[in-house]
Structures are given as structure tokens and as C-alpha cells.
Write a protein that binds this ligand. Structure first.
Ligand SMILES: C[S@@+](CC[C@H](N)C(=O)[O-])C[C@H]1O[C@@H](n2cnc3c(N)ncnc32)[C@H](O)[C@@H]1O
Length: 243
């Protein structure tokens, strides 16, 4: 975010809002960067926010702790405070299934940004993101053992552009934990999102497209593009610019 915010607007990004923040890891990492970096995380689940405050925020150095706040607030409502940038990561805005809801969210974000502010929305898509399949990964949890993490993609509904996803775990003793997290998402396209942003006043938007390595695996690098090659699964950010 900071690199592209600077590239797009020419300004330094210091005050950031993390929408759908969950346990607020991005906000906490942000506050570590310098004494000028401030973050506010928004979520509507008090239990998750409590974890963000008591575990993640509490593990920061005292001065960094003061630069983060977590608010129990719906992202559909503008914040009184204005931000240099707002981020909606991990496709969380896919919970909005109707265009009207996405418009409402984009309007609220627009109102919560300073002039020259940016609104980053992360999207995923492609045939690989709608194929009904599961993928298991083993994760080593220090002091606990190997946990199997399973990402399951259910049957896609092409008429409503809706798909369900689940995360299951298998613990080191073999216990299976089914549907620990479930997602019921509308799969928004890049173009739809850009049109919604334009409609609420973002005069300009740019697309940041994730680059693959030689083996076709996604990297942490993104490039600003206006046209892209088709690919099995893609990740991208649409960035609205408030001018
Ligand atoms: C999939 S989690 C993502 C958490 C975090 N971004 C992450 O990647 O770890 C989605 C979060 O969005 C929150 N949420 C759902 N609807 C919301 C809304 N309208 N306003 C604010 N938060 C919301 C949920 O409580 C949940 O914590």
C-alpha cells in the first residue's frame, strides 16, 4: 500500500484504516513502522476486536500501542476521522452481494478519506478460484505440532456469481475441525468495482495485478496494468483515488 500510494498520489501514506480488520495484524505491523504511522482497524465482531487489542496490540512496544486503535464499527458508515488510505484486504468486501451495498461501502470510504486519499480493495478470481476442490497445507505451530490447514472451494453459482468457501483444520492428534471459517462470497470483477468507485466520486482508479514467478506461482509483487493475460487464478487490487 505505501509504495503504490506514493506512486499514485506522490504523497507519503501515514494514516491508514484497515477495514474488516479481524485480529488487526496489518494495523499492528503498520504502527511498528515509525512514530508517524497511525492505524485504525474497523470490525463488527467484538470478540475478534478483543483479541486484536489484548493479544496483537498488547504485544507492541508501548509507543506503537498508542498509534493503533480498534473500533467496533460497520464499514458501511463513514468514520468521523479521515485517512490517507483505506484497505479492504483478503476479499472481505465480497460479503456485499448487491451492487447497492458495494455502492454504500464505496460512498462511506470516499467520505472517510482525505483529498488525495486512496481506497485499496483486494480481489481474487479466475477459473481456479471457482473450481470445486480442496487444498491442504501443513503448518508447523511452535510448541504444538503440525496442523493441517484445508481450504475448500464449493460449487460455484454462475448466475448469481456466488461461491462458498470453507477452512477446516486437522490437529496434531488427528481431530478434524470442520468449517472453522466459512465464506459466502459474491465474486466481484475488477471492472464492476471500478465502475462502482467511479459512480461514488473516485474520478480515477488503478489496477494492481499480482505477478507470477517462473513456475506460475503468485509473488508479493504487483504491477499497474490496464490489460492482463488470462490466468488460472488471479489476485489484484483496485485502487480508487479521491482527487
Ligand atoms: C474474513 S475476516 C477478515 C479478517 C482480516 N482482514 C484477515 O484477513 O485476517 C472478515 C471480517 O470482517 C468483519 N466484518 C464483516 N462485515 C463487516 C462490516 N460490515 N463492517 C466491519 N467489519 C465487518 C467480520 O467480523 C470479520 O472479522
Amino acid at each position: 500500500m505505501p509504495y503504490f500510494h506514493k506512486k499514485i498520489t506522490g504523497k507519503r501514506l501515514l494514516k491508514m484504516r484497515e477495514d474488516f480488520c479481524g485480529t488487526g495484524q496489518i494495523s499492528c505491523e503498520w504502527a511498528k513502522k515509525s512514530k508517524e504511522h497511525l492505524a485504525v482497524g474497523l470490525d463488527i465482531c467484538e470478540e475478534t476486536l478483543e483479541y486484536a487489542r489484548t493479544v496483537n496490540q498488547a504485544s507492541l512496544a508501548p509507543d506503537a500501542q498508542k498509534r493503533v486503535r480498534f473500533l467496533n464499527q460497520n464499514v458501511l458508515k463513514p468514520t468521523r476521522e479521515k485517512f490517507d488510505a483505506i484497505g479492504a484486504h483478503n476479499f472481505s468486501f465480497f460479503i456485499f452481494h448487491e451492487r447497492e451495498q458495494l455502492l454504500e461501502y464505496a460512498r462511506a470510504a470516499y467520505a472517510s478519506l482525505v483529498k488525495g486519499g486512496t481506497f485499496f480493495l483486494e480481489l481474487a478470481g479466475g477459473p481456479g478460484f471457482v473450481k470445486a476442490e480442496s487444498e491442504a497445507t501443513e503448518v508447523k505451530v511452535p510448541g504444538y505440532g503440525k496442523v493441517k490447514y484445508v481450504w475448500e472451494q464449493h460449487q460455484y453459482d454462475p448466475l448469481r456469481a456466488i461461491n462458498d468457501y470453507s477452512i477446516h483444520f486437522q490437529l496434531p492428534d488427528g481431530t478434524w475441525m470442520n468449517d472453522v471459517f466459512t465464506y459466502h462470497w459474491r465474486l466481484w470483477g475488477v471492472r464492476d468495482v471500478r465502475e462502482v468507485l467511479k459512480e461514488v466520486g473516485f474520478k480515477r482508479s488503478v489496477v494492481l495485478w499480482q505477478l507470477d514467478d517462473d513456475q506460475g506461482e503468485g509473488t508479493s509483487e504487483y504491477r499497474r496494468l490496464e490489460e492482463a493475460d488470462d490466468c488460472e487464478t488471479w489476485l489484484a487490487y483496485v485502487v480508487g483515488v479521491k482527487e
